[in-house]
Design a protein around this ligand. Structure first.
Ligand SMILES: Cc1cc2nc3c(=O)[nH]c(=O)nc-3n(C[C@H](O)[C@H](O)[C@H](O)COP(=O)(O)O)c2cc1C
Ligand code: SF4
Ligand code: SF4
Ligand code: FES
Length: 570
């Protein structure tokens, strides 16, 4: 395929789609498949065969449409462009919907629940990263081409020098979505300028934060976006080899990426002489073995090289010395997913979304005590209140908002007083949390904050690779104190010890896992200290979550009070 035939293929596919009487979009990402999308698909396939309708309509098994807790989701688009969306669709309801759409109404099957396409959940979102998600079958390269995939790659190969590409990414203001928020263009430029005989590009799809599934969804729903963006990065920094590092627990993402790589190679979009140019770019997949620490960039690269995934000290940074000692560009999957649209539509277009220092959008996995949980993409700078109460539809029943946890095990809980904070890198950091990779858990007043902090400390204790003492021993000690607090056997000295320990682990650990493990404790102590004190002093869990060991309090006559021995004085 060359530049001209790429355009022709895209136009042909668009024409084919426009000629169809009906297009049926069925969400086929992991949560909807788990909710029964495969049974819906089977019934629809049978019906199409039965009625010999294959030439008039098609079923598009798409990536995630967003409101994952309402799956399976089904959208119908008629030739005149009118659309309707249905939630929690049962196989028989899907059959009835299809017959009705074909003017053969059936009384069987019952009516599926329609979802308004203009509800705030959709209306308040801005979709750049997820723009193709509910439009294409991720296993169909022509679908991706019809949405413009590989157009940005074609543009850079024809019209831009590597320096131009790096400058465009810098100008866009794109920052790393893997947690740190480092300016992507600066990193690209560093790798481009590092002289070496070989260079590498790595996409970090390890995504170990509990509850997070943004990167999984991107890989499952739009794999060609990722491959195209990696190839653009390869051209910009001077690399001919890319590696996609995917978490072992994501078999569907890995399978779709392998298929996408093969399809792109067959059509000359990856491999030797990409699109007929002199640029070569291969992508290989590496599957992790389930260690959270392998998401840390140095551990990830050690793992790609076939050794046990443990962090190594920086500097040197990967941009100077990464895979096999060569300059390596490593970016998060969502960071890459922004690249092709930036090149296609321009840095100014991208920079028109977001705030002064945080440009573009952010994908969040919104979950917890919220009506519309699922995958959302919102412009940077939107307030937390708008995310929770507009996009998320607020809390179910009478639950009162207590806090939103962002940033996973490296983050913190933002209390109700700060609901109007704009969601951007700097503002969240000022509140003692971080943007992180995009987990956002909404909590009501039945959540116990020391217990929440304990959960994350336990996670870090379990995931510590053990290489350095402060993290290996420190997270264990932190956990034991948290355990005493939530069981009601801690004293005030324990609290002091906990705070000292948090400072020590933060300051002396080798990698980000240890350095940030104390964040959830620090942050909950900052905003919810009274809850810690209630556990320690009153042996009481205000949220009613913790099973505290009951310590009976005796009524003492005033004159005998000197007999009480305060544990703190021991
Ligand atoms: C313990 C730990 C786990 C991490 N896990 C991930 C991860 O799963 N995905 C990711 O993109 N970055 C992760 N990071 C951050 C990476 O080290 C690195 O900063 C990132 O991949 C760079 O990409 P970006 O600049 O596009 O964000 C992790 C960092 C630490 C310390
Ligand atoms: S520190 Fe523990 S895990 Fe590591 S080699 Fe020694 S005994 Fe084995
Ligand atoms: S901080 Fe923890 S995870 Fe990182 S190297 Fe040290 S022991 Fe391993
Ligand atoms: S998986 Fe179907 S809507 Fe997210």
């Amino acid at each position: 395929m060359n530049h001209a035939s790429l355009e022709i293929a895209a136009e042909d596919e668009l024409r084919r789609q426009q000629d169809l009487r009906l297009r049926i979009f069925l969400c086929y990402s992991t949560p909807c498949v788990a909710a029964g999308a495969d049974r819906v698909r089977k019934v629809l396939d049978e019906l199409i065969t039965e009625h010999t309708l294959a030439a008039e309509l098609e079923i598009v098994a798409t990536g995630c449409m967003g409101p994952c807790s309402r799956g399976p989701l089904l959208r119908l688009r008629h030739a005149n462009g009118s659309e309707s969306l249905y939630e929690q669709v049962e196989p028989e309801q899907a059959r009835a919907l299809l017959l009705e759409a074909l003017d053969e109404p059936s009384s069987e099957g019952g009516t599926a629940q329609a979802l308004a396409l203009d509800m705030p959940f959709f209306a308040r979102q801005t979709r750049i990263v997820l723009s193709n998600n509910s439009e294409i079958d991720p296993e169909n390269l022509d679908h991706a081409l019809a949405r413009g995939s590989y157009g940005a790659l074609s543009k850079v190969l024809q019209d831009m020098t590597p320096a131009d590409v790096c400058a465009e990414i810098t100008r866009s203001g794109l920052r790393g979505r893997g947690g740190g928020g480092y300016p992507a263009g600066v990193k690209w430029e560093l790798v481009r300028k590092s002289p070496a005989e070989r260079k590498y590009v790595v996409a970090n799809g390890d995504e170990g934060d509990p509850g997070a599934y943004m990167d999984r969804t991107i890989m499952e729903s739009d794999p060609h976006r990722l491959l195209e963006s990696m190839a653009i990065a390869g051209y910009a920094v001077g690399a001919e080899q890319g590696y996609l590092y995917v978490r072992g627990e994501y078999p569907l993402a890995a399978a779709r990426l392998v298929k996408a790589i093969k399809a792109a190679e067959r059509r000359g979009l990856l491999g030797s002489r990409v699109l007929g140019s002199n640029f070569n770019f291969r992508v290989d997949l590496r599957v992790g073995a389930g260690a959270f620490v392998c998401g840390e960039e140095t551990a990830l690269m050690v793992s790609i090289m076939g050794r046990r995934g443990q962090p190594v000290p920086r500097p040197p940074y990967p941009a100077q010395s990464g895979l096999w000692g060569m300059p390596t560009l490593i970016n998060n999957v969502e960071t890459f997913a922004n690249v092709a649209p930036i090149i296609a539509k321009g840095a100014d277009w991208f920079a028109s979304f977001g705030t002064e220092k945080s440009k573009g959008t952010k994908v969040f996995a919104l979950c917890g005590e919220v009506v519309n949980s699922g995958l959302i993409e919102v412009p940077m700078g939107i307030s937390l209140r708008d995310i929770v109460f507009d996009v998320g539809g607020g809390l179910p029943e009478e639950g009162r908002f207590k806090a939103a946890q962002t940033g996973g095990p490296s983050g913190g809980c933002i209390p109700a007083d700060h609901l109007d904070t704009p969601v951007d890198y700097e503002s969240l950091q000022q509140l003692g949390s971080i943007m992180g990779s995009g987990g956002l858990i909404v909590m009501n007043d039945r959540s116990c904050m020391p217990d929440v902090a304990k959960f994350f400390v336990e996670f870090c204790r379990d995931e510590s690779c053990g290489k350095c003492v402060p993290c290996r021993v420190g997270t264990l000690e932190m956990y034991q104190i948290m355990e005493r607090i939530t069981k009601g056997s801690a004293n005030m000295h324990d609290l002091e010890l906990l705070e000292d320990l948090c400072d020590l682990v933060q300051e002396t650990s080798l990698c980000g896992l240890g350095m940030t493990a104390p964040n959830p404790v620090h942050n909950t102590l900052q905003y919810f200290r009274d809850e810690y004190l209630a556990h320690i002093r009153d042996k009481h869990c205000p949220a009613g979550v913790c099973q505290l060991d009951h310590v009976p309090v005796l009524d003492m006559p005033e004159h005998a009070s000197h007999l009480i021995i305060d544990r703190e004085e021991l």
